[in-house]
Design a protein around this ligand. Structure first.
Ligand code: ADP
Ligand code: ASP
Ligand code: MG
Length: 403
């Protein structure tokens, strides 16, 4: 029998009515003869609500306890969905990540999956049951619960598709697929029929929330096709594949926006070999991901170094820098939360010229100042002021004729 992995995001299971609708969809696929493994996220904004609860107690919660807390969200939704499916007279059983043997490393709140045994899933499928798995969680070698980073249910789904040799992995969400940009910001954004792993990975890393970046890394590594589609209708969505079939060769595939970063500037850093290496080593060994880095030209033997970090890691990075700047006798530290990253992504960039100029023109036409710029082989990012973020996305999207 063909194995199908279906993942339903938070908005698809936001309340009891929606859970019942998901149950009906799952049952309709069961009746078509598929063996079904269903991954669910927590109801609606449950994860955000749980984080807010912890913040009322402490701003530095132990990471292990954070995972104990956050993993409860998905446990609620998987049990409710199993009940809703049973109510439709189809046999179903729900499991936590630990129960199905999702083994991870010990990095709480951003754990990596090491292995999935999946024995209980295979056994339940053989018994003809629909299997529901709590997304976003696993268990480490100490038998402690871990979570897989925000949006991690996507990763659970892709990893299960790999472990069970599934025929397809479907990601059900609140939009009809992957669009040229966030359809909530640009109303004429276009749904893509297909997109390559590389482009989706770049878009996800640069802020397109629709898929978790790490899930695409795994899909790419094991060549697992993903179908992103709406849980509210039957429309075909977007296929994420090794090679997307494109009628026309668009230079760029999408525009992304990330408002969850902050900038740190270290003033008066001695301009001599080895300082930058020490600085970024200090940050890296503490698990903070640094993105765009800019170092000013030095005229007086010292320089200012700026870099961006995820907002969630800002206080940690600042704490590290406070110690480090004392050690190297640098000047003050300035933090800036008022930034946003707008990016364009597309493999066509490799073979077309003038792409960056066109992006900068789109910003200039709206009088938007660029603070920092970074490029990769298939993307260009600009750091701008947060208040200009949506205006910038609309202007760039229009400039490249993506609507
Ligand atoms: P889920 O709860 O189903 O996991 P998410 O909120 O994580 O859903 O992701 C879906 C959201 O991603 C959409 O509602 C949309 O606003 C946002 N999004 C951002 N960029 C894109 C894009 N390029 N295409 C589609 N959706 C996008
Ligand atoms: N509930 C988790 C989150 O909000 C995981 C997920 O939705 O994929 O990040
Ligand atoms: Mg998501």
């Amino acid at each position: 029998m063909k194995i199908l992995v279906q993942k339903f995001g938070g908005s698809s299971v936001a309340d009891v009515e929606r859970i019942k609708r998901v149950a009906e969809r799952v049952v309709s696929y069961r009746k078509k003869g598929f063996s079904l493994v269903v991954v669910v996220s927590a109801l609606g904004d449950t994860t955000d609500d749980l984080i807010a609860l912890s913040e009322q107690i402490t701003n530095a919660p132990p990471a292990r306890e954070m995972d104990m807390l956050l993993s409860t969200g998905e446990q609620i939704s998987c049990a409710l969905l199993a009940m809703a499916i049973e109510k439709l007279r189809v046999r179903a059983i729900s499991f936590t990540g630990a129960q199905v043997g999702i083994q991870t490393d010990k990095i709480h709140t951003k754990a990596k999956i090491l292995d999935i045994s999946g024995d209980r899933i295979r056994q339940a499928l053989n018994e003809g049951k629909v299997v529901i798995v709590a997304g976003f969680q696993g268990v480490n070698a100490d038998q402690d619960i871990t979570t897989l980073g925000r949006g991690g249910s996507d990763l659970t789904a892709v990893a299960l598709a790999k472990a069970l040799h599934a025929d397809l992995c479907e990601i059900y969400t609140d939009v009809e697929g992957v669009y040229t940009t966030d359809p909530r910001i640009v109303s004429n954004a276009k749904k893509l029929k297909s997109i390559t792993y590389d482009e989706m990975l770049e878009m996800a890393s640069l802020g397109a929330q629709v898929m978790q970046a790490r899930s695409i890394e795994v899909a790419k590594k094991f060549d697992i096709p993903i179908h992103v589609r709406s849980s509210f209708n039957q429309e075909e969505g977007t296929m994420i594949l090794k090679e997307a079939d494109k009628m026309e060769d668009f230079v760029i595939s999408g525009v992304t926006l990330n408002r969850n970063e902050a900038k740190i500037t270290i003033c008066d850093v001695l301009d001599k070999p080895g300082i930058a290496a020490k600085l970024f080593k200090e940050i890296a060994k503490n698990g903070v991901n640094v993105d765009t880095i800019v170092q000013n030209v030095s005229r007086t033997g010292t320089t200012d170094v700026s870099f961006t970090v995820p907002l969630a890691d800002l206080s940690k990075a600042k704490g590290l820098m406070q110690v480090f700047t004392k050690k190297i006798k640098a000047g003050r530290i300035i933090e800036d939360r008022d930034i946003a990253r707008v990016s364009i992504v597309g493999v066509g960039m490799k073979t077309h010229t003038g792409v960056a100029a066109k992006m900068f023109e789109a910003l200039a036409e709206k009088k938007i100042n660029i603070d920092m710029i970074t490029t990769s082989e298939i993307s260009i990012s600009c750091i701008i002021k947060k208040k200009n973020a949506e205006k910038a996305v609309r202007s760039i999207h229009a400039k490249f004729g993506l609507g």
